[in-house]
Write a protein that binds this ligand. Structure first.
Ligand code: ADE
Length: 247
């Protein structure tokens, strides 16, 4: 997969791209990520890309010209141009899975007050927001998108998290993890995890994922379907939680 990031601040990606799984994925040619300076595509002699808004008001707006030139230089035949903005569709795991199938993505990062509407209307194939808040620019959002997408490219995650483990809790929050020591200052690791009984361990993990999701993100239940075993676990969780609350 190829990812180009069109930005006024390419240097912000330096350490991000040199770290951890993202670095390894690039070293192993699973992905190529290239920050591109928007100013390189300005036709202005001072490399300026922003102008005051038509109609007045404060701040500066990034004009269409440099973005259009950048995209026409970078676009191939299988390219999706994605604008990052607070107006876009919400970025979720499902959107990450969708993007992970693509060959080439160009991420467009805005900054300042915003970007000329023609970039959104005429240039972008997709518009993505990472949440209902306003960032100073699309760069940090681009990092979130790249992080979530690259880990889904086949072969990028080694032993960190197998696909089967992820599908085990698909759509749920993850079950709790523990490592040594067994007893930290009196806070103990659940016995079942030390039992070596993998059937029991899997049941416990599924149940705790259901418990966590029910307690913290019950809204996620609406888009999930459950089998008979899950329904038994959910009933057990509800019963235990009621007892815990003395209800
Ligand atoms: N740029 C500014 N705010 C943003 C957000 N919430 N998501 C994506 N890009 C943005």
């Amino acid at each position: 997969m190829n990812i180009d990031i069109v930005t006024l601040f390419p240097e912000i990606f330096d350490n991000f791209l040199k770290t951890s799984i993202l670095k390894r994925a690039q070293d192993e040619n699973k992905v190529r990520v290239r920050p591109v300076n928007l100013r390189d595509y300005s036709t202005d002699k001072h490399r300026s890309v922003d102008e005051p808004p038509y109609g007045g008001g404060g701040g500066m707006v990034i004009g269409p010209q440099a973005f259009f030139h950048a995209v026409s230089a970078l676009r191939g035949k299988d390219t999706k141009v994605v604008l990052l903005s607070p107006h876009g569709r919400l970025f979720t795991q499902k959107v990450a899975e969708e993007l992970a199938q693509l060959k080439h993505i160009i991420l467009l990062c805005g900054h300042y007050e915003g970007i000329d509407e023609r970039v959104r209307q005429q240039l972008a194939d997709d518009d993505i927001s990472i949440g209902d808040y306003v960032l100073t620019g699309g760069e940090t959002a681009a990092m979130v998108v790249i992080d979530a997408v690259v880990r889904l490219i086949p072969g990028v995650l080694g032993n960190e998290l197998s696909a089967s483990e992820e599908s085990f809790t698909m759509g749920l929050l993850e079950y709790p993890h523990y490592t040594r020591p067994r007893d930290y200052e009196g806070f103990k690791v659940p016995e079942v995890l030390l039992s070596g009984n993998h059937g029991e361990i899997n049941r416990w993990r599924r149940k705790e994922a259901l418990r966590k999701t029910l307690k913290l993100r019950a809204d996620l239940f609406e888009s999930l379907s459950f089998n008979e075993e899950d329904l038994i676990l959910i009933r057990e969780v509800v019963q235990e939680e009621l007892e815990r609350l003395n209800l």
